[in-house]
Design a protein. Sequence first.
Length: 99
Amino acid sequence: MIRMGPSSWGGGAEVGVLYEYRKEDIARLGHCAVPKVGDLLLCVAHTGDCFYNYLIIKNRRGEFYAPGKEVCGYALGKKIKPLTKRQFHLLLAGETIPQ
């Protein structure tokens, strides 16, 4: 079961929340990171201390979708908006959701 919301650790990102990836966040991702500045990232897991897994979210014709690229890094980005559980699970399942 995926626990959405703030981690019990008490800091950093929140699972189920969209973040905007910014230039100042570049140093906070792992070496295999592929997002571009301005991309949206969906926090999908708190994996330890201040480390999180994110899905890159794209916008296509007014809908969000996850092309399947996951990145890992520290808490980062500008918080855009939390998703409902339904929206969160639809994106994880490869479905689209309205913007």
